[in-house]
Design a protein around this ligand. Structure first.
Ligand SMILES: Cc1ncc(COP(=O)(O)O)c(C=O)c1O
Length: 438
């Protein structure tokens, strides 16, 4: 933005907001990151400014956030189209409901039975108001599922990341984290003012450089290394083996955020199992918001560490427990994975089928082994216009823009479900091809 633009923007507040002149309103230019150019020092003004920018873009369909889904999460969903006000059917390729558990009959029946027996909630934190039999059962099951001694459950994966960073990283410790880490880890570091340093994404030379530096400074200090099993925005699977070996070599603790690997890789047990390194992982973090299709998160590790977290992690004990229904949904989900490994295979097969269809249609995407398939728009296209066309054509996929990815690497994140049919996948690719060719 030029200095002149900055001068002009002063008149563009609230009622008098002259949207026509604001470059940020161009759907090809608007990014949440750009807002720092138009925001000032007073929050009321910023709220008005944002409203003036957001509303026209939203109404015209150039912002596809918070779309209202009026049915259960499934391959076909009912969406209340905010651009037309009409309820319509859409092909869902934008949900992390990888195993199709969100509307699974067996799981729903078990959850209903749990509600009848245990009610709807705990009404307080587990540390004071009681842990709940069903939550206790879940912790035990999660520990077994991840090949660990114990596990702790939290209201979200976000809080699970806050919890281990908050309780385990002392003032003397160092946390080395992959630059592509999830926002919840970044926030955990920032909020806790922890000493943390990035290494290049999945780059073991970069990690070793940091390990050498910080280990040689202090042979005794705690060093934690945090990686994701599956990268949420690229779908890439991190080979955890060299990282695990480096952690052994430099006496560091390996923590794996396996939000997108759990339920999908390693027969559903996750990325560490997939690579056979579970025993070298100090702590596994996971979420219930993807494959298990509810909300909540967990940490699995050795008994003493998990017990320590129970008493020292503020994001755990200053917040209410997950509900019995959530706990029973996850328990039922794990039972389903164990009883029907073919469901896990099905999501992998579907993702592979999607990739072969994209190849045939000459659509550019990132080839991964996970259920996340990021598709790139054609060169020189206006990302937001394509997103809107896909929406109009009835394909629900997630437009991913800064700050979630860097500028210029915008993509459509497709998530595959075990419950998608081949016809669903073919139809999705046909829509992509049609819109991209237009
Ligand atoms: C890699 C990763 N870690 C952590 C989280 C946070 O999980 P939750 O949605 O349970 O807060 C997410 C969710 O998007 C994620 O993708």
């Amino acid at each position: 933005m030029s200095q002149d633009d900055n001068e002009n923007k002063k008149g563009f507040i609230g009622e008098n907001f002259d949207i026509g002149d604001l470059p940020i309103l161009d759907p090809s230019k608007f990014h949440l990151l750009n807002l720092k150019d138009v925001f000032g020092k007073q929050i009321k003004e910023n709220i008005d400014t944002f409203e003036g920018i957001f509303r026209p873009l939203y109404k015209s369909g150039f912002l596809l956030y918070h779309r209202e889904i009026c049915s259960a999460m499934a391959p076909i969903v009912d969406v209340l189209d905010h651009t037309t006000g009409v309820r319509k059917k859409m092909l869902m390729f934008g949900s992390n409901n990888y195993l199709g558990f969100a509307n699974d009959e067996t799981i729903k029946k078990k959850v209903i039975k749990t509600i009848e027996e245990y009610g709807i909630g705990m009404a307080g934190p587990m540390i004071l108001n009681g842990s709940g039999t069903i939550q206790k059962q879940l912790e035990k099951k999660l520990a077994e599922f991840k090949g660990k001694e114990d596990a702790i459950v939290l209201p979200s994966g976000y809080q699970a990341n806050l919890a281990w960073v908050n309780s385990l990283i002392t003032d003397n410790a160092i946390l080395l984290y992959d630059e592509a880490s999830h926002a919840s880890l970044i926030d955990a570091i920032r909020l806790g003012k922890k000493r943390a340093f990035r290494f290049l994404a999945q780059d073991m030379a970069s990690l070793e450089e940091q390990l050498t530096k910080y280990r040689s400074e202090d042979p005794k200090r705690d060093i934690f290394v945090c990686m994701q099993g599956v990268y949420s925005m690229s779908g890439e699977v991190a080979d955890l083996r060299p990282a695990a070996d480096l952690c052994v070599k430099y006496n560091a603790f390996l923590v794996v955020d396996d939000a997108h690997g759990t339920g999908v890789l390693g027969r559903g047990h996750g990325t560490a199992e997939h690579y056979g390194v579970s025993s070298k992982v100090f702590l596994t973090m996971g979420t219930f918001s993807k494959s298990f299709a509810v909300t909540g998160g967990f940490l699995a590790g050795d008994k003493k560490t998990i017990n320590f977290i129970r008493f020292f992690a503020r994001p755990y004990f200053f917040t209410a427990a997950i509900t019995p229904m959530v706990a029973s949904a996850v328990l039922a989900g794990i039972e389903e994975i164990e009883a029907h490994p073919e469901r896990v295979q099905q999501v992998l097969d579907n993702a592979e089928y999607l990739r072969t269809q994209l190849d045939k249609a000459h659509i550019k995407y990132i080839r991964t082994e996970s259920a996340v398939v990021p598709v790139f728009p054609p060169a020189n296209s206006v990302f937001r216009k394509i997103a809107l066309e896909l929406h109009k054509e009835g394909l629900f996929i997630n437009p991913i823009e800064p700050p979630a990815v860097t500028l210029g690497t915008e993509r459509f994140r497709m998530s595959v479900m075990a419950t998608h049919s081949k016809a669903d996948i073919e139809k999705a690719v046909a829509i992509l091809k049609k819109v991209f060719e237009q």
